[in-house]
Design a protein around this ligand. Structure first.
Ligand code: SF4
Ligand code: FES
Length: 379
């Protein structure tokens, strides 16, 4: 079937949804998707972030569809024409949906472990407003402990159902679900049970926001300070791909996750199966010796995680020196101003990334000196 999205045509197999067709084209025409997850049956149709305008229904019936449609749940028809980024209506609707999702979601990105890899954060940057019009109290929930490995922050949940589908389709025993309705709806184990199934850690990877995070990694590091490497091990656990991404800082493995594809979904294995991983690989194999390391992970260069990790980086020529005919003079020595690191340590010269030991202890750090640049003659 031929479908045209934002003036780009593509031939797809019957049964393909508009979202899948857009993903085949790739790039900006692809609508955002907060609840659809291609590896989970029945997912999609919950969040409305993937709305698109169908300006021509099909070759046989060219009438446009009267309302915007959820692209993850609408199949293509031959000759269909779709507007995604090129439709004012769609952009306005995405703005509305983003505002709606953020009504109850706390703006706690500075303390949230998902920051830097959060789909809602990205959606907020792309389609969100600068302020909020919401004046009421946000939803709060009783804190619930769901076990030693997974941290549940119910206030951040956007009710996408992905974790419920994961538990239902991947694990033999489903121990959690969505309870109650409407504003009271929440992810819970109900009987305060720990989520103990060997594959339950995958709910962390599918959660688009910071509602389910890895307790073994929490607050240990910002994800953009770590270095992702692709690695594998011969895991004997049935159903575990053993193909992971290890997130390192220096020689320490801070976190293990499944590998993600361009859509932030678990990547397929070479055999074409979703690369889910077991809890043992995820939570218990935190030594480099546990893994056969393949090399640096390819991270989308627009992601904050790729900052400082570019592959094949070409530094631009230093034209200043060429123009001035000499190297520029340093205006100040940062050590005189910051007092952050120990004076005998030059952060630019240490091997590998800086660790806590390289910095002054918070209690002993002297106050920042105020420097009068005019007096010091350095202005
Ligand atoms: S906890 Fe995460 S994955 Fe589960 S429904 Fe909420 S947002 Fe979705
Ligand atoms: S991704 Fe389509 S409705 Fe959520």
């Amino acid at each position: 079937m031929k479908v045209t999205i934002d003036n780009i045509s593509i031939d797809v197999a019957p049964g393909t949804t508009i979202l899948q067709a857009a993903r085949q084209i790739g790039g900006e025409v692809t609508p955002p998707a907060m609840c659809y997850y291609s590896k989970l049956e029945g997912s999609g149709g919950k969040c409305r972030t993937c709305l698109v305008e169908v300006s021509k229904g099909s070759e046989k019936d060219p009438r446009p569809m009267p309302k915007l449609v959820a692209s993850c749940r609408t199949g293509v028809m031959d000759g269909m024409e779709v507007k995604s980024m090129t439709s004012e209506k769609v952009l306005d609707a995405r703005k509305g949906v983003t505002e709606f999702l953020l009504i109850n979601h706390p703006l706690d990105c500075p303390v949230c472990d998902q920051a830097g890899e959060c789909d809602l954060q990205d959606l907020g940057y792309e389609h969100g407003g600068a302020g909020t019009r919401y004046e009421f109290k946000r939803r709060t929930f009783e804190k619930e402990d769901i076990g030693p490995y997974i941290q549940l922050h119910m206030t951040r949940c956007i009710m996408c159902f992905r974790c419920v589908f994961t538990a239902e389709q991947l694990t033999q025993t489903r121990e959690h679900g969505i309870l109650d309705r409407g504003e009271h709806a929440q992810i819970s184990t109900y009987l305060n049970k720990a989520l103990g199934n060997e594959f339950i850690g995958n709910v962390i990877d599918v959660c688009p926001v910071g509602a389910l995070t890895d307790k073994t990694f929490r607050f240990k590091n910002r994800v953009w300070f770590t270095k992702p490497l692709d690695a594998h091990r011969n895991c004997e656990c049935e159903g575990c791909s053993g193909r992971v991404r290890i997130w390192m800082r220096g020689d320490e493995v801070f976190r293990v996750t499944a590998r993600k594809d361009a859509w932030n979904e678990v990547e397929d294995t070479p055999e074409g199966k979703p690369g889910w991983i077991c809890n043992t690989c995820r939570f218990e194999k935190k030594n480099t010796a546990d893994w056969i390391i393949e090399g640096p992970s390819q991270i989308n260069r627009h992601s904050v995680i790729s900052q400082g990790h570019y592959l094949g980086l070409k530094k631009p020529k230093d034209t200043l020196t060429e123009l001035m005919g000499r190297a520029p003079k340093h205006l100040m020595d940062i050590h005189q101003v910051s007092d952050v690191n120990r004076p005998e340590i030059d952060l630019s010269l240490i091997k590998g990334p800086a660790h806590t030991d390289d910095f002054r202890h918070a209690n002993t750090a002297p106050q920042h000196k105020e420097i009068n640049l005019e007096e010091s003659g350095e202005g």
